[in-house]
Design a protein around this ligand. Structure first.
Ligand SMILES: [Zn+2]
Length: 51
């Protein structure tokens, strides 16, 4: 089932990027490489609305 656009309600959103093991916290700055690599990771799908 495709996700519905939260702005216009369009159900025809398209998958843009799929992370199988990507960082779940965006816009977080880390002081060290080790701290960055220790952040939680998970599967994530980003979709866009063509409307
Ligand atoms: Zn939309």
């Amino acid at each position: 089932m495709k996700p519905q656009c939260p702005v216009c309600g369009n159900g025809g959103t398209a998958e843009l990027i799929r992370y199988l093991d990507g960082p779940v916290l965006q816009n977080v700055l880390c002081r060290t490489r080790e701290e960055a690599l220790a952040l939680p990771k998970d599967r994530m799908v980003l979709s866009g609305c063509p409307a």
